[in-house]
Design a protein. Structure first.
Ligand code: HEM
Length: 439
C-alpha cells in the first residue's frame, strides 16, 4: 500500500491555509500528490482526504459505492433540505429516487423546454439597455422560477422572491467543508446562525403552503404526482417526506444551474471570439425557441460544458468511508471523510491541454471519447448521479440562447471573480454587469 501524501506545514497551518484560500490550496495540493492527499480536519482520530484521480473517483462512486455514505458536511445540509435524495442514506434515498425518477424521464424533461424559454424571455423582457445589475442574482431568480414552475407548477409571485432571498441567506451561511476552521456549530446562537434559521423558516412556510394547496387541489405537476404516489408496500409519502424531497429538488435544481450560467456569461464577456461564435449561432435560430432549437445549439452546448469544466458548480463531492477499504494503491479507514473534487480533476494537465484556458471548441465527440471516465464529472456519477442532469443541460443551452439573443452582459470587473466554496462555488459579490440590449 502507498502512503497518503501529507502537504507540508503543521496541522494548524494547513487547516488555516485551506480555510483562507480553499480552491487555490486544494489545487496546489492535488497537483503535488498522486491521487490522495490528507487535509487538516479538526476531529481527532478522523482523517479528511482529498481524492483527485479519475480511476479512484470511479472506484468510489461506481464500483465500491456501497462502502461509502455522504460525508458529515453534506449531511449538515439536512437543516434545510431534510432527509432526502442529496443527504439520505441508502433506504430513504432508494425510495425517494424511485418516486422522483419519472419526473426526469426524457419525455417529461422535453416538455419543460417551453417553461424554460418562457421564463427566460420574461426575464430578458424586463432588462433595460445600460442597466446595471447583479448577474448571479438574476440567474438565481430565473432558475428558481424555472424549477418551481417545471416541477411544482408554482407560478411566479412575490413569495418566490422572498423564497429566493431566504435561499440566498442560507447559502451565504453554509460553512462548506473547506472552511472548517471558521464555522461555529449550528447550535451556537451566533447572528449568522440566527439568520440561517430565519431563512429556513421562510423555506418551510413556502413548502408547507405548496403541499397543502396540492393536497387540496391536485394539478399536473411533480408534487401532485408525489402526493398520489403509492410505494410497493402501499405506503404514501408523509408531509415531512414530501417537504424534504421538494426542498431537495428545489435547492439542488436551481443554484447549480445559476452558477454555471453566470460563469458562462463571465467567460463569454472575457473571450470575445467565443462570444461572437455563440451570438452567430443563437441569432441564426428560428423564433420562437424551444426543444427543436437544441439541435442548432452545438457551440452553445460546448460553452456550457467548458464552463462547467473550469467552474464546476458542485466543485467537490463528500463521502464518508463506512468500513476499512483499499482504494487503488491506498488504504482507507472507516470514518475517513473524503472530498472528491471536480475542481482539481477538471484542471489537471494530464487530461486537458492548456487546462486553464477557456476553449469551448475542445468538446468534440472524439475528445470526449478519448477522455478517461471521471476526468469530467460535473454531475457526479454512479447511483447517486445528478437526477437533473438532462434537465440542467437543456436548461443551460436554452437559457444561454434566449438571453444571448436579447442581450450582452458586460462585466463591471472582467478579472476572474473570487469564488467562495459553499454548497456550490459562488462568485463573491455576485457578478455586477452592464446590460447591452441586442434586440
Ligand atoms: C448545472 C447544473 C447541475 C449540476 C452541476 C449538478 C450537479 C450535481 C452533482 C455533482 C450531484 C451528485 C452529488 C453527490 O454525488 O454527492 C447532483 C445530485 C443531485 N442533483 Fe444535480 N446538478 C445540477 C442540476 C440539477 C437540477 C436541475 C436538478 C433538479 C431539477 C438537480 C437535482 C439533483 C438531485 C435531487 C441530486 C441528488 C441525486 C441522488 O443522490 O439521487 N440537479 N447534482
Amino acid at each position: 500500500m502507498t502512503e497518503i501524501t501529507v502537504p507540508p506545514g503543521s496541522w494548524l497551518r494547513r487547516l488555516l491555509q485551506v480555510s483562507d484560500e480553499p480552491l487555490d490550496t486544494i489545487l496546489a495540493w492535488a497537483q503535488a500528490s498522486d491521487g490522495v492527499t490528507e487535509l487538516a480536519w479538526p476531529v481527532p482520530g478522523q482523517r479528511q482526504l482529498l481524492v483527485t484521480r479519475p480511476d479512484l473517483v470511479e472506484e468510489i462512486l461506481v464500483r465500491k459505492h456501497k462502502r461509502f455514505r455522504k460525508d458529515a458536511f453534506t449531511r449538515r445540509l439536512s437543516n434545510i433540505i431534510g432527509d432526502s435524495l442529496v443527504t439520505a442514506d441508502e433506504e430513504t434515498w432508494r425510495r425517494h429516487r424511485r418516486l422522483a425518477q419519472p419526473a426526469f424521464h426524457q419525455r417529461r424533461v422535453d416538455a419543460y423546454a417551453r417553461v424554460m424559454v418562457e421564463e427566460a424571455e420574461a426575464c430578458v423582457a424586463g432588462l433595460g439597455d445600460g442597466e446595471r445589475l447583479n448577474l448571479h442574482d438574476l440567474m438565481m431568480a430565473l432558475t428558481l422560477r424555472v424549477v418551481c414552475r417545471a416541477l411544482f407548477g408554482a407560478q411566479v409571485s412575490e413569495t418566490l422572491d422572498a423564497l429566493g432571498r431566504a435561499i440566498e441567506e442560507y447559502l451565504r451561511w453554509f460553512p462548506g467543508v473547506l472552511r472548517t476552521g471558521k464555522s461555529p456549530p449550528d447550535w451556537i446562537p451566533t447572528p449568522a446562525n440566527r439568520r440561517m434559521r430565519a431563512a429556513v423558516r421562510v423555506f418551510d412556510g413556502f413548502l408547507g403552503r405548496l403541499i397543502a394547496e396540492r393536497r387540496a387541489a391536485p394539478s399536473d405537476d411533480l408534487l401532485s404526482a408525489l402526493i398520489a404516489a403509492v410505494d410497493d408496500d402501499g405506503a404514501t409519502l408523509s408531509d415531512p417526506e414530501l417537504r424534504d424531497l421538494a426542498a431537495t429538488l428545489m435547492l439542488a435544481g436551481h443554484e447549480t444551474t445559476a452558477v454555471a450560467l453566470a460563469m458562462a456569461f463571465h467567460l463569454l464577456d472575457t473571450h470575445p471570439e467565443a462570444r461572437a461564435s455563440l451570438e452567430a449561432e443563437v441569432d441564426a435560430l428560428e423564433a420562437p425557441l424551444g426543444l427543436h432549437s437544441l439541435a442548432g445549439l452545438r457551440f452553445t452546448t460546448q460553452v456550457f460544458k467548458e464552463t462547467m469544466r473550469l467552474y464546476p458548480p458542485v466543485f467537490g463531492l463528500g463521502r464518508e468511508v463506512l468500513e476499512d477499504t483499499p482504494l487503488g494503491e491506498f488504504s482507507l479507514r472507516a470514518g475517513d471523510q473524503l472530498w472528491i473534487t471536480q475542481w482539481t480533476v477538471h484542471r489537471d494537465p494530464r487530461w486537458y491541454d492548456d487546462p486553464l484556458a477557456f476553449r469551448p471548441e475542445r468538446w468534440t465527440p472524439e475528445m470526449e471519447a478519448a477522455l478517461p471516465r471521471f476526468a469530467y464529472f460535473p454531475f457526479g456519477g454512479g447511483p447517486r448521479v445528478c437526477i437533473g442532469q438532462r434537465f440542467a443541460m437543456m436548461e443551460g443551452a436554452l437559457l444561454l440562447a434566449v438571453l444571448a439573443r436579447a442581450a450582452r452582459f458586460e462585466m463591471v470587473h472582467p478579472e476572474p471573480p473570487e469564488l467562495l466554496p459553499s454548497v456550490t462555488i459562488r462568485p463573491v459579490g455576485g457578478l455586477p454587469v452592464t446590460v447591452h440590449r441586442r434586440s
